[in-house]
Design a protein around this ligand. Structure first.
Ligand SMILES: [Zn+2]
Length: 345
């Protein structure tokens, strides 16, 4: 579903850095009562909206500002899991193995949903009534299964994925019912592990997840190679995913290009034969701040392969792992750089 005819649309992946006070508060949540936390969540989303609006983006998100801790994350909404307190490695350089995994103890259920509906309603309430498109990000079932240990309830990660699939699908249906015009079903675990798994199996999971909302909202997916603590996972190549991923029922496929120095950029031309493309042209892992002229040159490179009305531009990944001062400047350059090329069209 295409919602806008803006050529060279500027968009976001979802997450945005927490304000410093929110980081501090997140570590002391017990000091706050329910209404204090609600107030804080509103204030943080207002800050994220402000920064994205100031940059001039065509599509904005709530910056995922309210996913503060376990209880406020998707996992906190799941019944049938026990939070594991320790990650397997406490010290040393930051990496994915420093995140804890939650053990499944009984059948997975989410009777209250996964929380994204409230996030969307908050964003809608706080964002200007006429303005940018409001986008929500929801992790897909395969990615969501990555931090769950099957326990004795499920045989393996695939079985956990199948158990989560209807839960995520219902979440997407609730968002569409509430009027959400654009949803990113994030499956970065698929891009990270496509080299060793059957990519057609991934496509089947994705398509079954989105099938009931297809055509009712703009469905995007974000295929990056991992960004926890700004570290990648798996070989950073799109080749293992294609041609299988051309069959994904997504209206927009996002690829990470900036941090990979635009390797495999020709792939965007192939994707555009099937669906629209969003290209990551801002490196969220580097503290080199792209200038508008850098961005304009990158946009022109993409235009060699894809027509402007099928192209969106964004950062490589969400900005949650990038300092806020840098995130602000990078988003401004993104928009200013794209505007230079838009004026040339
Ligand atoms: Zn990502």
């Amino acid at each position: 579903m295409s919602l806008t005819n803006i050529p060279l649309r500027t968009t976001v992946i979802g997450s945005y850095p927490f304000p410093c006070w929110l980081e501090h508060a997140a570590q002391h949540l017990d000091d706050f009562a329910q209404d204090d936390i609600a107030e804080m969540q509103d204030d943080a989303v207002v800050a994220a909206i402000h920064d994205q609006m100031a940059a001039g983006l065509d599509v904005i998100s709530d910056g995922e500002q309210t996913r503060l801790d376990f209880n406020l994350s998707f996992y906190g909404f799941l019944e049938g899991i026990e939070m594991e307190s320790r990650s397997p490695r406490a010290f040393g350089p930051p990496a994915h193995d420093q995140r804890g995994k939650h053990t499944i103890t009984s059948e997975l259920k989410a009777p209250m949903g996964l929380g994204s509906l409230d996030e969307y309603l908050r964003l809608k309430r706080l964002a200007p009534a006429t303005g940018p498109v409001l986008k929500m990000s929801v992790p897909g079932p395969y990615t969501l299964s990555g931090r769950l240990t099957p326990g004795s309830m499920y045989t393996d990660r695939w079985a956990v994925t199948e158990a989560l699939l209807p839960i995520v699908r219902k979440e997407l249906e609730s968002l569409v019912e509430a009027g959400c015009q654009e949803i990113c079903v994030d499956e970065p675990s698929m891009s990270c592990y496509a080299y060793r798994e059957d990519p057609l199996r991934f496509v089947d999971i994705f398509n079954r997840t989105v099938e009931s909302v297809r055509g009712k909202t703009r469905i995007c997916t974000h295929l990056c190679f991992g960004n926890y603590k700004a570290r990648a996972v798996g070989p950073r190549q799109y080749a293992p995913m294609f041609p299988a991923f051309f069959q994904m029922h997504a209206d927009e496929i996002h690829v990470e290009m900036a941090s990979r120095e635009f390797s495999e950029l020709e792939l965007i031309g192939e994707i555009a034969k099937y669906t629209e493309v969003a290209v990551g042209i801002v490196d969220v892992k580097s503290y080199y701040i792209e200038t508008p002229l850098d961005i304009a040159a990158r946009v022109r490179r993409c235009l060699h392969y894809v027509a402007p009305d099928k192209l969106s531009f964004s950062t490589d990944c969400g900005l949650s792992q990038t300092a806020r001062w840098a995130a602000k400047r990078k988003l401004r350059s993104l928009v200013d750089g794209v505007k230079i090329v838009r004026a040339e069209l």
